[in-house]
Design a protein around this ligand. Structure first.
Ligand code: 5GP
Ligand code: MN
Length: 328
């Protein structure tokens, strides 16, 4: 548990920065973006310079909510920042682009690590705030601002609520606490645009994606452990057929999770470093976190992932076997 005093210290080190580079994990989701932009706007509002660095494009659904980040940075530009902050990034492997951001180099700097993943291994030598009990990194920022009695600027409210809604599955997942609801209420009071968030996150699916999902569910859905595990490998040619960008997969796994009787949902697809495994559990008695860690991945107990070094077939057999053991 992080004490209010620790939250206060976090606010202090953030406020003592002048020119801040903010970054997060690769393939950023709503919480990664929400906490990055929530922090950027907060710092700017207090007269600081803050830049969000995201190597690569952001998912389609987020383009209406988040704009104004850099995707390239030279060593010279990098050296002009006095403070570096990572948000929602659990380990150095997830930083991506090691040629642009190296953890060893960051650790020589005034580097602040703010995250809500229990197993966080970013390990800043300067300041770490890792709160595994907080549902989203965006909510952790709300807690920091509240501990420091800072009135959250209106411009921060929409990004932070986007992050909170993303990581709680719109307040459906068990990580939603009474505090989560209170913190969301604070953001609404500060002017968060709920309708804009809901439309962007839930009612903006491109038609090609809908058609892709239909074929995926019709032809590629498999079950194990008497229907308690649902899984699917996404064939690259299927994604190509519908011009579906696998990087837009956020939410795709819910097509499997929502099925009655399914306890664990898993998606597999071909990623840059191997076969990407994405897992969700609906029941804390059957956590997927340990399975992800077994395959050298990580995440949370009910939402975790890993990258498998081998073929899709091998990944499918190995991971389904390990998941099925949970039910033996
Ligand atoms: P997703 O399934 O949405 O990609 O990720 C779910 C959770 O698992 C996230 O919190 C993410 O940090 C974690 N995760 C996903 N893939 C990996 C991976 O390859 N390695 C590690 N360490 N964590 C992962
Ligand atoms: Mn998160």
């Amino acid at each position: 548990m992080n004490s209010p005093n620790r939250m206060l210290q976090a606010a202090k080190v953030l406020q003592e920065s002048e020119k801040v580079l903010i970054f997060t994990h690769q393939r950023p989701d709503g919480d990664a973006l929400g906490s990055s932009f929530g922090l950027k706007y907060f710092l700017e509002n207090t007269g600081k310079t803050a830049v969000v660095f995201i190597p690569g494009a952001i998912p389609h659904r987020h383009t209406k909510l988040f704009a104004g980040f850099i995707s390239e940075i030279t060593q010279e530009e990098f050296n002009t920042f006095d403070t570096f902050v990572s948000v929602d990034c659990a380990n150095p492997d997830r930083l991506g682009k090691p040629e642009l951001l190296s953890i060893d180099e960051l650790r020589q700097k005034r580097y602040i690590n703010i995250d809500h993943h229990k197993g966080n291994s970013m390990e800043s030598g300067f300041f770490n705030l890792v709160s595994g009990e907080t549902a989203s990194c965006s909510e952790l920022l709300v807690k920091i601002f509240c501990a420091a009695k800072i009135e959250i600027p209106e411009i921060c409210a929409t990004p932070l609520l986007t992050g909170m809604m993303t990581d709680t599955g719109c307040f459906r997942f068990s990580n939603t606490s009474a505090d989560t609801m209170r913190n969301a209420a604070i953001l609404l009071e500060r002017g968060a645009e709920l309708e804009k968030i809901v439309n962007a996150l839930f009612f903006s699916k491109p038609l090609n994606q809908v058609r892709f999902e239909n074929e995926l569910m019709r032809d590629h859905l498999k079950f194990a452990a008497e229907g308690r595990i649902a899984y699917a490998f996404i064939p690259p040619e299927l994604a190509k057929k519908y011009d579906f960008n696998i990087k837009e997969d956020e939410g795709l796994i819910d097509l499997l999770r929502e099925i009655d009787g399914v306890v664990i949902a898993m998606l597999l697809y071909t990623g840059p470093g191997g076969i990407k495994i994405s897992m969700r559990s609906k029941d804390s008695a059957f956590p997927v976190g340990p399975v992800a860690r077994f395959f050298n991945g990580g995440g949370h107990e009910l939402a975790a992932g890993a990258t498998f070094d081998g073929s899709a077939g091998e990944a499918e057999i190995a991971v389904v076997d390990k998941l099925a053991q949970l039910f033996e």
